[in-house]
Design a protein around this ligand. Structure first.
Ligand code: ZN
Length: 161
């Protein structure tokens, strides 16, 4: 596989330290992951590590945060008014908000109802984690000109439009 090919992979992702699985295309009912190589669809290290692999090839690699979801930033915490949230919020819930026109995912880390304050963490939930992937290349095909222009996959496993 090279840039501007459409690749299907099965993958099994787990935290390097705890071995806890965070995502797997081998879970029941899941399809292989399909992506267009070379257009930033994947975290940076993932593509780099499977580049050049042949169909049927299996690779295992570990990505430090800088090649995965980045490091945690302790300035990414924000206190928001309790009144702005819907009823029944709990610690650990995720909310999406818009910040400078970009969607940001928040995780609630603490709730102080009396002070009217909700503390939220806007770090990516995978930030700061070192991730190990077992990957198997299922198929590779050339991308169409249209797919390259759109920077995503069309048809099976991709966009239908
Ligand atoms: Zn398209």
């Amino acid at each position: 596989m090279e840039n501007n090919t459409v690749v299907k992979v099965h993958y099994h992702g787990y935290f390097a330290d705890t071995k806890e699985v965070f995502d797997s295309s081998l879970s029941e009912g899941r399809e292989p992951l399909t992506f267009l190589v070379g257009h930033g669809q994947m975290i940076p290290g993932f593509e780099a590590e499977v580049l050049g692999a042949e169909v049927g090839e299996k690779r295992t690699f570990t990505l430090e945060p800088e090649r995965a979801y980045g490091h945690r930033d302790e300035n990414q915490f924000a206190d928001l008014p309790f009144a702005d949230f819907p009823e029944g919020i709990e610690v650990g819930m995720n909310f999406q908000a818009e910040m400078s026109g970009r969607p940001i995912m928040f995780t609630i880390t603490s709730i102080d109802e009396e002070a009217g304050n909700v503390t939220c963490d806007a770090n990516h939930p995978m930030a700061g984690k070192t991730l190990t992937f077992d990957v198997e290349i299922v198929s590779v095909r050339d991308a169409s000109e249209e797919e390259i222009a759109h920077k995503h996959v069309h048809g099976d496993g991709g966009h239908h439009h």
